[in-house]
Every structure is written in structure tokens, then in C-alpha cells.
Design a protein around this ligand. Structure first.
Ligand code: APR
Length: 315
């Protein structure tokens, strides 16, 4: 089994740079291709001095986009503009929708079989946009397109471990649904190890997980949204995927994918990953009454965001 070639599109950004740094450390990568509209040659030169085997190459400007994608097995997309205080992820739609459309269009032409992982927000809409663009090229494979919602899981694990005084490395909370506000559904009833909270604490914790991105946006006071924790989460997801592609068994991550688990046509659930990407959707599992209520609140917004993305792609 040869190692994988991975491209990061938007590699010079607040997420793109630390994500590329984390990926440069993975022994599972042979080529790391860095694309952005600015600064990638410097980022690539800098990272290329690190004594790990992944070969880093920078590509800058739209005219080099296609070159950056040749031979790629996995493409991760953190390109786009981030949130400022007072903005929701959906406020990014107008700018990021066309960025994702154009980048995915190039992927569909140059590396149609690549696994594509989308970080650019609003993920609830950008993933459906990506799918529609791929469908136009006849290359859409629902096993190979993922919205990276891993940061929601990292946040849930961290906050629950803090609240209960647990070793966070042993805590695992599935987070399902979408990747914005009320569409984020932490499934604390399925936590490992099992934990329980009084209802008022459970509600506060749930809202904190749903609004954790805004906590960072406000603390950064105009300088952007989560970058370092998002880069960590993007790298965690990508490395899990690379392990699964290389034949490791039993790799499970939650991610936002084409789904028939609920009436929303894209939905995040725990997924078994394998040699072809998504091996098996593990579904919602048993939800508590409280989580059922969260699901009811999530679905209308999620369906609206999906439709908005699909309509944009068809324009
Ligand atoms: N192609 C490639 N890169 C692009 C393009 C494009 N068409 N347009 C913008 N970029 C690059 C920018 O040049 C910049 O380097 O994307 C990068 C974005 O970096 P930041 O502005 O620092 O934003 P960041 O905090 O990394 O967030 C990026 O991820 O989580 C989401 O909501 C976040 O949508 C936002 C995205």
C-alpha cells in the first residue's frame, strides 16, 4: 500500500497553515500539495524544511489550481472567509459558496476519485454545493464527500470531561446533525464513558457545544473564527481517513455526508471508514427524549441550508 497524496486548498489561511503543519507530520502522506490564491510558496518552503518524509509543494493563484490537484487521493478545503463577531456561519454563504463551487469543479476534472473533505463554512450548505458540482461532472460518490464536523466532537469531549473531571483522552461523545448552531446535536446519552447531568446542566452544556464557535469568534474580537482547534480537528479527520484508506479496520469518525438516516438529505452521524472512504453509516443510534427534541429543532434549519446550497449550485 503506497502512501497517499493530500492537497490542502486554502493552505495559507488561519486554518490552512496549522492544518498543513499537522499533516506534514503524518507518515501516511507522500505528497502534500498546498494551494491558495496567496502566499503558498512561502508556506511550502517553510514546511519543506521539517524532517518528515511528506514532500511539500506550493501552488499559488488560480492558474495553478489544477496542477495542485494532479494525482491527489484526498483534498481538504479550508479556503474561504471566516466569521467576525455578530455573523453566523450562514452569513459567509455569499463568498464561500462560489469559492467551494470553483475548487470542487477543478477537483471533479483533475482528481475525480479523490476523497474531498470540506471545512469552508457554512458546511451545512457547502457540502451540498460540492455534491451538485460533482453530479454535473458525473463524478459524485457519496462515499467520498465529507463535511468535517470533527471540531464539534472535540468540543463536546472537552467540555464533558471538564464538567465531570474525566480523562479527556478516554471521553467520546458522538455529535450528529449539522455544523451550525441548533443543527449541532451532541448525543450525550451515548457518551463513553456513560455520564449523566441534571436537565438544566445538560441544556447549558448542549448550548455551549452548539455555540462554541461563537465563543471563539467573540474572544478573537474581529480577528476571525476558530483556526487552531479547527486545524486540529481537520487533521484528526484526515489522518483517520488515511489510516482507513491504508487498510486499518474499525476507524470511526462522525462527519456530515449524504444520508438517508433522517429527512435531511445530508446529516452527520458516526461513520465506519474504510478503503473506499465511507464504508458504513452507523446511524443515529438510540436518542434520549431531549435529543429527539434537539433533532426536531435541527431538521427545518438543516433542510433549508441544504436547499440553499443546492439551489446555488443549479443557478
Ligand atoms: N482559492 C483558494 N484559497 C482561497 C480562495 C480561493 N478561491 N479564496 C480565499 N482563499 C484563501 C485565503 O487566501 C486564505 O489564505 O483561504 C484562506 C482563508 O484563510 P482565513 O481568511 O485565515 O480563514 P480561516 O480562519 O482559515 O477560515 C476559512 O474555514 O472554518 C471555516 O468559517 C471558516 O469558512 C471559513 C474557512
Amino acid at each position: 500500500q503506497r502512501n497517499a497524496n493530500v492537497a490542502v486548498l486554502g493552505a495559507s489561511g488561519g486554518i490552512g497553515q496549522p492544518l498543513s503543519l499537522l499533516l506534514k507530520q503524518s507518515p501516511l502522506i507522500s505528497k502534500l500539495s498546498l494551494f491558495d490564491i496567496v502566499h503558498t510558496l512561502g508556506v511550502a518552503a517553510d514546511l519543506s524544511h521539517i524532517e518528515t518524509k511528506a514532500q511539500v509543494k506550493g501552488f499559488v493563484g488560480t492558474e495553478q489550481l489544477k496542477d495542485s490537484l494532479v494525482g491527489m487521493d484526498v483534498v481538504i478545503i479550508p479556503a474561504g472567509v471566516p466569521r467576525k463577531p455578530g455573523m453566523t456561519r450562514d452569513d459567509l454563504f455569499n463568498t464561500n459558496a462560489s469559492i467551494v463551487r470553483d475548487l470542487v469543479d477543478a477537483c471533479a476534472q483533475v482528481c475525480p476519485k479523490a476523497i474531498v473533505g470540506i471545512i469552508a463554512n457554512p458546511v451545512n450548505s457547502t457540502v451540498p454545493i460540492a455534491a451538485e458540482v460533482m453530479k454535473k461532472h458525473g463524478t459524485f460518490d457519496p462515499k467520498r464527500l465529507f463535511g468535517i464536523s470533527t471540531l464539534d466532537i472535540a468540543r463536546a469531549n472537552t467540555f464533558v470531561a471538564e464538567a465531570k473531571g474525566l480523562d479527556v483522552s478516554k471521553v467520546n461523545i458522538p455529535v450528529i446533525g449539522g455544523h451550525a448552531g441548533v443543527t449541532i446535536i451532541p448525543v450525550i446519552s451515548q457518551a463513553t464513558p456513560s455520564v449523566s447531568f441534571p436537565q438544566d446542566e445538560l441544556e447549558k452544556l448542549t448550548v455551549r457545544i452548539q455555540e462554541a464557535g461563537t465563543e471563539v469568534v467573540n474572544a478573537k474580537a474581529g480577528a476571525g473564527s476558530a483556526t487552531l482547534s479547527m486545524a486540529y480537528a481537520g487533521a484528526r479527520f484526515t489522518i483517520s481517513m488515511l489510516n482507513a484508506l491504508a487498510g486499518k479496520e474499525g476507524v470511526i469518525e462522525c462527519a456530515y455526508v449524504k444520508s438517508s438516516e433522517t429527512e435531511a438529505s445530508y446529516f452527520s452521524t458516526p461513520l465506519l471508514l474504510g478503503k473506499n472512504g465511507l464504508e458504513k453509516n452507523l446511524g443515529l443510534g438510540k436518542l434520549s427524549d431531549f435529543e429527539q427534541e434537539l433533532l426536531k429543532k435541527a431538521l427545518p434549519e438543516l433542510k433549508g441550508s441544504i436547499k440553499k446550497g443546492e439551489d446555488f449550485a443549479h443557478k
